[in-house]
Design a binder for this molecule. Structure first.
Ligand SMILES: Cc1ncc(C[n+]2csc(CCOP(=O)(O)OP(=O)(O)O)c2C)c(N)n1
Length: 336
């Protein structure tokens, strides 16, 4: 495991999102809702670093970190937030419809739970591809060595309350599909706390286990633990042992949608937010690395500078790019 790389990726994502948040609020030029993952970076980074490029990730509305962690292009993401033609979804999707197929970030959607089903379908195709390869005569087989590609889907605790979550898990377990379900449990669905939405004494992990799926719940702000667990999940899927479920406990620092801090408006208790901010995944990883790498703080500072330059350059590039042409409105839609 390259522990410094995990920290680097989190630093880059944190810087990019903080800058985007400030610019979003101050300028009012990005005409898209934005759901920040600030405080939750360890989940996306720990999981995506365990994947190959050809494995595919499907995200939900809170997808910036997932997209960037999988290798999605930052410049194209920022252009998408500004609605420009150079955006990763040609300026038509906004922040909840990020995509970078080259990097293996297939799609994201704001319809809760939708991508859980889509990732399950992709995993079915990946399992079928390996099955077909196995049925072909030796010598004619595409290289299925190392097992199937893996599909990963990130979603929140709120999305686990959608019916499609249960249908998908049941189907994946039945067909032993290579799909990793990653529940980023940040305890809130909009402003509703988990305890007001789900019965006490039960967990989302337990429900996944109810379908016979191997499932683990762990500290989602410990990037090294998340990464270890994700490596195990990937091994499990490639070995043909079926789906894997990870419930990662974490917390968002900003409001549900937008750049502000909602505890300042009384939406969440300030002491709760502060206690989670003390468990900052970026700071914890830096502290852990400092023991063996005394130069880590200087490297983090350098990474921050680079990320700042990269993000501001992406903002400048986006502003200089054209908006989509009205004449192209239907290009790429079904039936055209
Ligand atoms: C099918 C559907 N129902 C309701 C919504 C409205 N909605 C948007 S985000 C959200 C809360 C999501 O909470 P969670 O899944 O825990 O993710 P988080 O925002 O905490 O990352 C809701 C209810 C939606 N987008 N789609």
């Amino acid at each position: 495991m390259n522990r410094a790389r995990l920290l680097h990726d989190m630093v880059r994502i944190r810087c990019a999102e903080e800058i985007i948040g400030d610019v979003y609020r101050d300028e009012q030029e990005m005409r898209t809702p934005v759901h920040f993952s600030i405080g939750q970076e360890a989940t996306a980074v720990g999981v995506c670093a365990a994947l190959r490029r050809e494995d595919v990730v499907y995200g939900g509305h809170r997808c910036h970190a997932q997209y960037l962690a999988k290798g999605g292009d930052l410049t194209a993401m920022v252009a998408e937030l500004y609605g420009r033609r150079t955006g990763c979804a040609a300026g038509r999707g906004g922040s909840v419809h990020l995509t970078d197929p080259e990097a293996g970030f297939a799609a994201s959607s704001a319809i809760l739970g939708e991508m859980i089903a889509v990732a399950t379908g992709a995993a079915w195709a990946f399992a079928e591809a390996v099955g077909r390869a196995g049925r072909q005569p030796a010598g004619e087989r595409p290289d299925a060595e190392g097992g199937p590609r893996v599909a990963v889907t990130f979603f929140g605790d709120g999305a686990s309350e959608e019916g499609v979550f249960h249908e998908s898990l049941n189907f994946a377990a039945l067909h032993r599909l290579p799909v990793i379900y990653v529940c980023e449990n940040n305890r809130y669905s909009l402003s509703s706390d988990l305890t007001s939405r789900q019965p006490a004494g039960h967990s989302i992990t337990e429900r996944a286990r109810g379908y016979g799926i191997t499932a683990r719940r762990l500290d989602g702000n410990d990037v090294f633990a998340v990464h270890e667990a994700a490596l195990e999940a990937v091994r499990h899927c490639r070995a043909g042992d079926g789906p894997y479920f990870l419930e990662l406990d974490t917390y968002r620092w900003r409001e549900h949608v937008g750049p502000n801090r909602d505890h300042e408006q009384g939406v969440r208790p300030a002491d709760e937010v502060e206690s989670w901010m003390r468990r900052c995944p970026v700071r914890r990883a830096a502290e852990a690395l400092r023991a063996t790498d005394p130069g880590i703080d200087a490297r983090v500072e350098d990474w921050r500078h680079r990320a700042r330059r990269e993000t501001y350059a992406a903002i400048d590039a986006a502003k200089a790019a054209p908006f989509p042409d009205v004449a192209d409105l239907l290009t790429g839609t079904y039936g055209t």
